[in-house]
Design a protein around this ligand. Sequence first.
Ligand SMILES: NC(=O)c1ccc[n+]([C@@H]2O[C@H](COP(=O)([O-])OP(=O)(O)OC[C@H]3O[C@@H](n4cnc5c(N)ncnc54)[C@H](OP(=O)(O)O)[C@@H]3O)[C@@H](O)[C@H]2O)c1
Length: 332
Amino acid sequence: MYTANPSRYSTMRYNRLGKSGLKLSALSLGLWHNFGDVDSIHNMKALITKAFDLGITHFDLANNYGPPPGSAEKNFGRILKEELSAYRDELIISTKAGYTMWEGPYGDFGSRKYLLSSLDQSLKRLGLDYVDIFYHHRPDPDTPIEESMLALDSAVRQGKALYVGLSNYNKAQTKAAYAILRELKTPFVIHQPSYSILNRWIEKDGLKDYAHDIGIGLIAFSPLAQGMLTSRYLTGIPEDSRAGRGVSPFLTRNQITQEQLAVIAKLNDIAAQRGQSLAQMALSWVLREGGVASVLIGASKVSQLEENIRCLDNTAFSAEELKAIDQAVAGK
Ligand SMILES: NC(=O)c1ccc[n+]([C@@H]2O[C@H](COP(=O)([O-])OP(=O)(O)OC[C@H]3O[C@@H](n4cnc5c(N)ncnc54)[C@H](OP(=O)(O)O)[C@@H]3O)[C@@H](O)[C@H]2O)c1
């Protein structure tokens, strides 16, 4: 049985989610990839326990993570039981529903029927009585937003989630959802959008400022652009990488273009001048100025966690560095 590193809380930063009472570790670990039944349970255990030893308290899941869908929750549930059961109250465990999970009209999007049955299934796979955060994974254009929000509220009232969150909602959609959740006094504390040096839609859309204005926290997913903002692809496409393994339709070999590599090489030089690896700089950039509470990373190797955590050594940027990063992204 695993025993946690006694000094795990001494080096990590814990940021409050907006105006709520809940703090998250500045780095969170996501189980979208590398935790399915196709992956090694030995490596999964090593990743989870190393993350916890480094002070990461927040683990992010969804009903459909795997493959096959559901297997990441099942494997995490096993690791919790076998290694981390003594630490449940030191962990924030999130799950979501919103993408296709089972066949027929009730296994997708945002109906009350889908969200609440999916949460029950997730709790069974995880072996838990409750999750800390339950998210609606994406907006549903066809279900009234009141119905989806009331389902999130019910999850809390039923004791199956402590807090709720939204993911992939833009500012206008978040505003509509917030009006309902505020009236219901639902503990809506977090929003999970994508955000990185290469993907800044939350700035343009106004979501980043809006989240701050209404006092909820942001957690940025894919802050490393799925590995592009690391040394992974600087000298080719390794066979064991996400793009090389062909495991994701969202990061294929074709996306690693010469133009993209030229941008990444420039960003790598700027990182080196700051005394950071590219991965560290990419995470520091998202955490700069405190506008984002936590960066939600993925990892396939323990060494990646060890490298990434050290982004916290330098999250300040000079105006010149920020400008150089913007120019590199613009291909200048
Ligand atoms: N809400 C949503 O719709 C949504 C969508 C996507 C993701 N998410 C959440 O966000 C989490 C993170 O997403 P992501 O995995 O795309 O995040 P990411 O942190 O941008 O990419 C993680 C990948 O980058 C590579 N990597 C990480 N650190 C590295 C390092 N130091 N050096 C070299 N390569 C490194 C690894 O890929 P290799 O396999 O190549 O080693 C790793 O799996 C997910 O697990 C999930 O919880 C949510």
